[in-house]
Design a protein around this ligand. Structure first.
Ligand SMILES: Nc1ncnc2c1ncn2[C@@H]1O[C@H](COP(=O)(O)OP(=O)(O)O)[C@@H](O)[C@H]1O
Ligand SMILES: [Mg+2]
Length: 319
């Protein structure tokens, strides 16, 4: 594979031309249910953006609105700097999306399927088919029948089909759902390589691990509301936890609980786990020492995205 993944934004000063997708106050109501609630998103060229949330959070509804398949109840969507209205199909040609299992002819080869699809799209250069087959690592197996492909291969052919138009935005809605572990890995490994300077990837997933591994920016959504929107590194750096071991845990617990600047304290596996500002280890230690409690172990541990996810959604990760 020759494709070089370029994940870092290419310049520090961003222009508006870099914004591929923007939603402003995007809202969708189904009767009394607000599936998507006042969503403000921005996706830039070169980014792999993770749209993370439990089942029913409103991810697919958001994708439906971006693709013009679901009418928003309020708010607006801009694609490539142009506001979507009723007549946006020229913009949609610049978007490749897999929103459900792609439909292919089972008895035809992967290559023949792509050729058939290319003819129906029109304007696809001949060389593009080899290119996209190589991109998804299917070149060697392109002559095999589709119904002989593994699940992972089928999904990769689906991704290849979205690349035929060389889209600037790729939307993948739960691309590994229904795949076995091997297929999941095949697809996951491919995702970062889909982004390059002129393209962005919008990945919807309820799987934390998937998003953590391949995305540079993440929004967390629950019940239609966006709870966090940041880089993975920033999200996890907020949740620094201190792991402390002391002789008299009960006394230490009540002392730390009485400190207003400490967000929370709990005990787990013989440790006191303190959620406090990142640089507060010395302060915690001092408070304990003043009360004649001496820590014999004090470790700063960055929270994982899972910790943050659980913290902000107050639910389980669904993994
Ligand atoms: N066409 C529809 N009519 C009524 N309710 C819907 C419709 N589509 C989705 N919903 C509801 O909207 C909420 C968000 O669904 P969805 O966007 O599919 O979530 P996700 O993709 O994050 O799992 C859910 O409660 C779902 O039941
Ligand atoms: Mg969904």
């Amino acid at each position: 594979m020759t494709t070089q993944a370029i994940l870092t934004p290419r310049a520090t000063v961003k222009t508006d031309n870099d914004v591929i997708l923007r939603t402003v106050g995007l809202t969708k109501k189904f009767g009394a249910l607000t599936a998507v609630n006042n969503l403000n998103l921005e996706l830039r060229r070169g980014e792999v953006f993770g749209f993370l949330g439990p089942n029913g959070a409103g991810k697919s509804t958001t994708v439906g609105m971006i693709l013009g398949l679901v009418a928003p109840s309020a708010g607006s969507i801009e694609l490539f700097g142009t506001k979507l209205d009723g007549n946006s199909w020229p913009l949609m040609r610049r978007v490749g999306a897999i929103i459900e299992e792609p439909a292919f002819y089972p008895y035809m080869s992967g290559r023949d399927n792509l050729e058939t699809l290319s003819r129906s799209i029109g304007d696809v250069p001949k060389t593009r088919i080899d290119e996209v087959l190589k991109r998804v690592n299917l070149f060697e197996r392109a002559g095999d029948r589709y119904d002989h492909y593994s699940m992972g291969m089928k999904q990769r052919l689906g991704i290849a089909s979205t690349l035929l138009r060389d889209p600037e935005l790729i939307i993948l809605d739960e691309p590994t759902s229904g795949l076995d572990p091997a297929g999941t890995k095949e697809v996951r490994d491919l995702i970062p390589q889909l982004a390059h300077e002129s393209r962005a990837v919008f990945l919807c997933s309820h799987l934390l691990h998937e998003v953590e591994l391949v995305c540079n920016r993440v929004a967390i959504i629950k019940q239609g509301v966006m709870l966090a929107n940041s880089t993975v590194a920033e999200l996890t750096s907020h949740g620094q936890l201190l792991y402390i071991k002391v002789e008299n845990q009960t006394a230490a617990l009540s002392i730390l609980k009485s400190q207003p600047w400490i967000k929370s304290v709990k005990t787990e596996n013989g440790y006191l786990i303190v959620d406090a500002p990142g640089d507060s280890a010395a302060r915690v230690n001092q408070v304990l020492a003043e009360n004649k409690i001496f820590a014999f172990e004090l470790v700063n541990k960055a929270a994982s995205l899972e910790d943050v996810f659980l913290q902000v959604t107050g639910g389980n990760s669904g993994d």
